[in-house]
Design a binder for this molecule. Structure first.
Ligand code: FMN
Length: 298
């Protein structure tokens, strides 16, 4: 239906003295001009574009549509994210064990490992959980199988009683390396990684973090291959079984074979790594397991 403005418009053909100023500028119909019978959408469209109500309705509608798109994408992509996170973790385990080959399929290469769920207190394996399905991070939050740490040098808050470890065996079936998950707080973040030990449970083969949020160029130098290479061949404990490993600016009295140099300009991340390594390699971490390994009971 033409509105009042349109009805009253004149054209050059109708009036020889026509000037454009004779016609009022086009404008939105006021709500009163919209027939009462018009639908809610027509009434909404007829509202002035700069009205507060119309602006709010449009803003809310845009937010709703955008949030639905984001939610749908998040749900649809979650399985892919989980597969990629698992693959990344497996690549890190292969790397820390020194057997990663980018040309080889990760799932196939990962078959080289024997994952086992370890009971930390006894240092023995348990069949209570399926290693393929056991979620170490979820376990640390599960009050049934984890404890809140009052004395918490690694800054992990809660510790699971069970952890998944990975055994790498040689052609004869003897243990060649053990890959142990480690975690602890640096300066800004919890660092998650793995330490690979030789079959004697004392010599370090490698250490590698796969997740952290330390500062690039400072704490994030934990990922620098030159710094990671410092770990190879270092020892955890001395001949008396005393834990001597130290990540610090200067070598400990026990000697250089137990020392990894600090990260330059990142003393706080370094202290965090020193703490977490001592915690996980000690009595409340893998100590009982390493004793069993050294005794040949694994
Ligand atoms: C923006 C910013 C980011 C930093 N990030 C880190 C870090 O990730 N790890 C760390 O240990 N120190 C970091 N630092 C430096 C610490 O504040 C502190 O100065 C440093 O750990 C001392 O190390 P140094 O004794 O080797 O100089 C950062 C400092 C700034 C200003």
């Amino acid at each position: 239906m033409p509105d009042k403005d349109t009805e009253n418009r004149v054209t050059e053909a109708e009036d020889p003295e026509f000037t454009p100023e004779m016609n009022p500028p086009a404008r939105d119909a006021t709500p009163e001009e919209v027939p009462q019978k018009a639908g809610i959408i027509q009434r909404f469209l007829a509202m002035p574009t700069d009205s507060v109500a119309k602006t709010l309705v449009v803003a809310v509608a845009v937010c709703l549509v955008a949030s639905m798109v984001v939610s749908a994408a998040a749900v649809a992509l979650r399985p892919i994210q989980q597969v990629n996170a698992l693959k990344d973790k497996q690549i890190n385990i292969l790397q820390v064990a020194g057997i990663y080959d980018p040309e080889v399929n990760v799932i196939e290469a990962f078959q080289a490992f024997e994952p086992r769920v370890l009971e930390l207190e006894t240092g023995t394996f348990t069949d209570r959980f399926d290693p393929a399905a056991f979620d170490d991070r979820a376990a640390a939050d599960d009050p049934e199988i984890s404890v809140a740490l009052a004395d918490d040098p690694a800054g992990i808050g809660r510790q699971s009683e069970y952890v998944t470890v990975y055994l790498l065996r040689d052609a004869e079936g003897a243990i060649d390396k053990v890959i142990l998950p480690i975690s602890g707080y640096g300066l800004w973040s919890t660092l998650y990684g793995f330490i690979a030990l030789e079959e004697n449970g004392n010599d370090i083969f490698a250490l590698q973090f796969y997740e952290h949020a330390e500062t690039p160029g400072l704490g994030a130098e934990v990922d620098n291959p030159r710094w990671k290479a410092l770990w190879h061949g270092k020892k955890l404990a001395d001949d008396q079984g005393e834990l001597q490993i130290s990540v610090s600016k200067s070598a400990p009295p026990a000697g250089d074979e137990f020392h990894i140099d600090a990260l330059a300009g990142a003393t706080l991340t370094t202290v965090g790594i020193d703490n977490l390594v001592k915690f996980w390699m000690g009595e409340r971490g893998y100590g009982p397991f390493l004793d069993n390994l050294k005794a040949g009971d694994i």
